[in-house]
Design a protein around this ligand. Sequence first.
Ligand code: GGG
Length: 360
Amino acid sequence: MATTSYRIATIPGDGIGCEVVPVAQKLVNEVAQIHGFTMDWTELDWSCERYLTTGTMMPDDGLQTLAAHDAIFLGAVGWPSVPDHVSLWGLLIPIRREFDLYINLRPVTLLPGIESPLRDPVPQIDFRIVRENTEGEYSEVGGRFNRGTVREVAVQEAVFTRVGIERVVRFAAELASRRSKTLISATKSNGIIHSMTFWDEVVEDVMTDYPDVSWQSMHVDALAARLVSHPQTLDVIVASNLFGDILSDIGAAVVGSLGVAPSANINPNSGPGLFEPVHGSAPDIAGMGIANPIGQVWSAVMMLENLGESAAAELLAEAINHVTREGQTLTKDLGGNSSTTEVGDAISQAIAALSGVGVK
Ligand code: GGG
């Protein structure tokens, strides 16, 4: 029988993305070898560096290139010499939209052995943020007028559609139904009176189809406070594009570090999905070899799950947990002094130990 091979478009991107992606690729190759499949990585140099030499973040046919792959594995995007809106709208956002990756699933989990920075740490934090990923506050509608004058105006329109809200809420409700059957919808309808009242109405409509899921709306400011004060009470949160992005950074901080947070940009009905850590390119530590690779490796776990390789995903996740539980090989953000490569090597050794297979 022919060995299954997956075509993966790899975009290390900028800064620490270029340091953590190779570590994760090596580990994925190891679990793939153990579980009898192969990864066919296509390396793409799409980045701010490319923008500075060619004028574009990716080639004109970049989206067509990606379409020929089973998944996209991305590191980080952004560099101080290129405005952030240029790098984001030149690469990541067009990919999310072209492939209609309307779910951005962001697990927030306290890994074994890792201490939360909260004063009264809780033993278990494990919730999911389901971020709407194609519309909402991330919109191109708007403009600038009277530039450079005292009458200068900027207008930015958020775009919410019934279809867009309904499908993300259904995904979150189904996820909640498989977990603790509780869902929180992030809103701000007291202040944002058109789009957020619409969001609330659609949530209410959709949730009538999920009588087994108990749900509530919370204003995003109060929800942000709850992420810090009672994170153990949360299970599934559904949020608009901007709210979901902000809440997931808070969540990552509460479980120890932005460096461990993974994400999956997916369309449950089609591919390719895009898998990336929540963190950015971190220019302040780029090139120092001290970036935490766990967010990237955990994103690879989500990619393997999405590809249907659940046993390999489980092995890689268990290897991460093994390393954090032991607590001997951690990067600085988690209180250790190990390098990116050393953490990768420790995960590799854990893979070999857990699988009972010697890995080169
Ligand atoms: N690891 C992906 C990355 O570099 N993200 C940078 C970023 O700012 N993303 C914005 C977003 O997800 O909306």
